[in-house]
Design a protein around this ligand. Structure first.
Ligand SMILES: NC(=O)c1ccc[n+]([C@@H]2O[C@H](COP(=O)([O-])OP(=O)(O)OC[C@H]3O[C@@H](n4cnc5c(N)ncnc54)[C@H](O)[C@@H]3O)[C@@H](O)[C@H]2O)c1
Ligand SMILES: N[C@@H](CCC=O)C(=O)O
Length: 568
């Protein structure tokens, strides 16, 4: 229906209960809705995808790509150059970029605020078309460019890149469109639409959204910046220094897909400088953050301090760290526990927010599980991620290397802790830390309670008859509640665990590893200090980025003030 304003002349002559004007509100007609997860390609020897990836890896590794700041379509090269290096070979620079100055960040804010007004008027169908184009480009022509940048820049093996920078990224783009359409189906009740018509429309939020993304998932950068944009917002995107190249490729795909300049502005910057400028802007409408607890706490505190400055209450969405657990019951299947724990703890060097880093094992299963974990750990090949036989590569940077090895060195000195496997590291060529398994006698040791974010798995062995007491420790010993898994063949126990562990994980797995959530299948996010649990990949996430407006239109003139009972 096109927007109409037809004035009824008879009504204007004063005849009551007559339709006066027609509706001016257009409810968008959105095409039929269906969606499926992007298939994960296998990269078997001789496959087309493997050959295409090999070419792209060569092309990407051959140059140091120069990445500018982009504001309103204008490219800027501000300040001292910075470099993104390959974590597994840190002498090799993969990208050169620039930290935006305070003035440049301010300029990006102004461009986003201005663009938001225009963009919010762009019909939903037009926005959806751009997102669908982008998903097709990511799935086809640019898939291997995204994967190559993620493998070389963030040191991911092919399977870890494919599930992230291909499948999950594409899924975010397709599913957010799907959820937007599903949510748009709801229109409020209109009891008699010829007299009064009620409607609800999605608006962006006036101001700008700051998207601040982590290094460990290319897809998360894309989701944090572009889901607010889909919903009609202007965005200032600060990518992580150590994921710049892959994030830059997303930015360019969105331009190619047809996103107008200025809606998302690409602003690499020093974290605290960026944080200070955005939290002191009156136009701050929201922060879409994924990263560590200290950074999110800092941002939250700054927003609190500046509350009187803002035009809106800024929405604070923060998905943070975890101390994810595997809890093993005496009835568990040992092989599943071993394989799931190795994958969860050591894939991508334990640098998934969902990685298992503590495991509770009953005494009765101690020997087979310990032996299994150590045997499998010893087989893992660590090295250059472009070598297809490698299980995992290097940790992201020198800071991560220092933090993780600090925990390992601390464990070596503590008599309560015993390194059972691994414990070696070498940062001379790349930031390599061997997958490490530690046994502790103290369930409150920092190895069992703090986020390490590296390839370190700590086990605590409990007496079988203390199973309930140990279950209680899972939630009481740490402030995090992101992911967790319980392994058991005893249905009664699983039912108890489901209740006892309810608040210990936003993503809870039964007889499966704590990692590997899929968009649309396991919407992701944790509670307690693991974040605001807005469930990326779920139906409500898009709704966090709209400020909906309720509209009531009345088509008949109002002729009196008194109510009928007053005349009875
Ligand atoms: N819950 C989830 O969904 C989820 C997903 C991925 C990662 N994570 C968490 O992210 C962390 C790892 O990522 P990281 O090392 O990139 O985290 P980080 O907190 O160091 O950095 C995240 C982003 O914040 C920026 N930043 C740093 N200080 C800032 C400041 N004062 N103001 C504004 N921005 C600032 C960084 O430059 C980066 O872009 C882990 O704790 C992990 O568990 C959580
Ligand atoms: N989707 C990821 C979590 C993202 C955090 O780093 C998983 O469940 O493995």
């Amino acid at each position: 229906m096109s927007a109409m304003l037809t004035v009824c002349s008879r009504a204007l002559r004063g005849r009551s209960l007559e339709r006066c004007i027609s509706s001016v509100v257009e409810i968008p007609k959105l095409q039929n809705n269906n969606v499926e997860n992007e298939p994960v390609l296998a990269y078997r020897a001789g496959s087309r995808e493997r050959a295409e990836l090999a070419d792209e890896l060569k092309r990407t590794a051959a140059v140091t790509e120069e990445i500018p700041i982009v504001i309103g379509g204008q490219t800027i090269k501000d300040g001292e150059p910075q470099y993104q290096v390959m974590p597994h070979d840190h002498s090799r620079k993969i990208a050169k970029f620039y930290y935006a100055s305070e003035k440049t960040i301010q300029k990006a804010i102004e461009a986003s605020v201005e663009a938001q007004v225009r963009w919010d008027r762009t019909p939903l169908n037009e926005r959806i078309r751009i997102w669908q184009n982008a998903a097709e480009l990511m799935a086809g022509a640019h898939r291997q460019k995204l994967n190559a940048a993620t493998m070389l820049g963030q040191s991911k093996t092919v399977v870890q890149a494919e599930i992230d920078s291909a499948a999950e990224l594409i899924d975010f783009f397709r599913f957010n469109v799907f959820f937007l359409k599903e949510n748009a189906k709801y229109q409020p009740i209109s009891e008699n639409p010829t007299v009064t018509r009620n409607s609800l429309r999605f608006r962006g939020i006036d101001g700008f959204i700051a998207a601040i993304s982590p290094f460990n998932f290319t897809a998360i950068g894309g989701n944090l910046a572009y889901t607010p944009a889909l919903m009609g917002n202007g965005v200032v995107w600060k990518p992580s220094d150590t994921a710049l190249l892959s994030n830059w490729r997303i930015f360019n795909i969105m331009r190619e897909a047809g996103l107008p300049d200025g809606i998302v502005n690409f602003v690499p910057a020093d974290g605290p400088t960026f944080g200070r400028v955005i939290t002191t802007s009156p136009f701050l409408a929201g922060i879409n953050f994924t990263g560590s607890v200290p950074t999110f706490n800092w941002l939250w505190n700054e927003v609190g301090k500046n509350l009187n400055l803002y035009r809106n209450y800024p929405r604070l969405i923060g998905e943070c760290g975890g101390k994810n657990y595997h809890f093993v019951h005496p009835s568990a299947d040992v092989a599943t526990v071993v394989n799931a724990s190795i994958r969860s703890a050591f894939e991508y060097c334990g640098q998934k927010c969902s990685a298992c880093s503590r495991i509770y094992i009953p005494k009765s299963l101690y020997e087979p599980i310990k032996e299994g974990l150590l045997a499998e750990r010893a087989k893992l090949k660590i090295g250059d991620p472009t070598d297809f036989s490698v299980f995992t590569a290097a940790v992201i940077d020198d800071k991560a290397f220092a933090r993780i090895t600090g925990y390992i060195n601390g464990a070596k000195k503590n008599p309560k802790n015993k390194i059972l496997g691994g414990g070696e590291f070498d940062g001379s060529k790349g930031y390599f830390v061997q997958p490490t398994i530690i046994e502790t006698s103290d369930p409150h040791d920092k190895l069992m309670t703090e986020e390490i974010f590296g390839p370190v798995l700590t086990m605590y062995v409990y007496d079988d008859h203390d199973v309930m007491k140990t279950l209680a420790l899972v939630g009481s010993s740490t402030k995090f509640a992101l992911t967790g898994a319980v392994f058991s063949k005893d249905v009664n126990f699983l039912q108890i665990a489901l209740e006892e562990l309810k608040m210990t994980a936003g993503n809870f797995y039964i007889n499966d590893k704590s990692t590997g959530s899929v968009v649309g299948q396991q919407p992701f996010g944790g509670g307690r200090m693991s974040g605001t649990n807005d469930k990326a990949g779920g139906p409500n996430y898009v709704m966090r980025w709209t400020s909906p407006q309720s509209i009531k239109e009345t088509f008949v003139p109002l002729r009196e003030i008194d109510y009928p009972y007053m005349r009875d």
